[in-house]
Design a protein around this ligand. Sequence first.
Ligand SMILES: *Cc1c(COP(=O)(O)O)cnc(C)c1O
Length: 427
Amino acid sequence: MVKLQTHQGHLQVAGCDVPELAAKYGTPFYLVNQNLIEDRCKEIHADFLAKYPGSRAAYASKAFLCLEMCRIIAQQGLGLDVVSGGELFTAVQAGFPMERVIFHGNNKTDQEIAMAVDHQVGRVVVDNMYELERLQAEAGRQDRKMDILFRITPGVDSHTHKFISTGQLDSKFGIPTDPEHLRDYMDKVMTMTNLRLLGFHFHVGSQLHANDSHLKAVEILAGIIQRVKEEHGFITEELNVGGGYGIYYTDEDEPEPLSYFTDGIMETLHKECASRGLNVPAVTIEPGRWVIGEAGMTIYTIGSIKEVPGIRTYAAVDGGMPDNPRPSLYDAKYDAVIANKMDAPRDAVATIAGKCCESGDILIWDLPVPQLAPGDTLAVRSTGAYNFAMASNYNRLPRPGVVMVKNGLDRLVVRPQSYQDMLSTEI
Ligand SMILES: *Cc1c(COP(=O)(O)O)cnc(C)c1O
């Protein structure tokens, strides 16, 4: 958990004064702490990559992606997960090294497959037979050889909201582990001259605080690695264990360090491989939320404050579900502070409402706050992941911009949409 810094009652992020940023840029905006992103990348290097030679890490770009984020991730020496043509296009435009790109997705279109082959992305993670055949055909057409992994549904249930749980058997993602199924894929891929299977991928879910689903999935995958070796003579070179490492949103979260997951994964993998007489494959991790989540805040201005006598006080902000759909989508919990009243006692309670025409447009229920006044600056914490990325134009609210801060300096890396921008595709 990141400790909040204050100076004379004002919230400070990376040495920048948040109420001053609010005055300079106008609210709402996403505030991203580049120092924290870089600290997380360094932790990945020190506690995982340096410790386990041959291992790799790719940032799951769906959590938060813009050109500047691609440049930061490239500069930090990590790879990049993409799941769509749009994400790949962003990476291409940012000059991201394509050999470090991993292309996911359960329904890649013909155009996306062609793009992946054309740009020679480092890995395509193949989700299903339909994709496998089209990828082989396209790679043949372009006379290229593509490195691939098979996405496996390990059939483990993770302890998280069902909308962000992905590893259970009943899932739209991946290839089931039953022997018949996988045998078909293995037989098929061995005949495909433009594809080179390197190994397997799984992703069990998101915002996990316990490592048991990862460890269980590693055991299941070790069984598969053994089976394909015995049945097909296939040596697995790579195992991609996905992301899902949990972060701090509220005091209900007690996040573990990354090494709690990665050391556990590596220990289980080594043990499983030793007992089955297998070579240990190189491991890739794909953290998204863990890299960016706590580095982000959303900065709003408080407007109308409405007391419903005997029930609760609603304080409304100049944004809401279009810039942060997660509370209404999966009942996600957030904490927030009043950035211009950091020294005042939190002796009142307010429910933070958005400005949209939906009763469900509530960002935070019953938040302890100091005495509020219109014009106060609200900073919602841990909004770095799946906020900007999921933002919509509901009620025709323009999407907020992104202000990046580092070592006391601030800069705009995504400008806010204008009303005109919202009409730019209309005929
Ligand atoms: C979403 C996703 C991730 C990242 O998940 P986080 O919970 O943000 O770490 C990694 N890999 C795949 C395949 C994903 O779909």
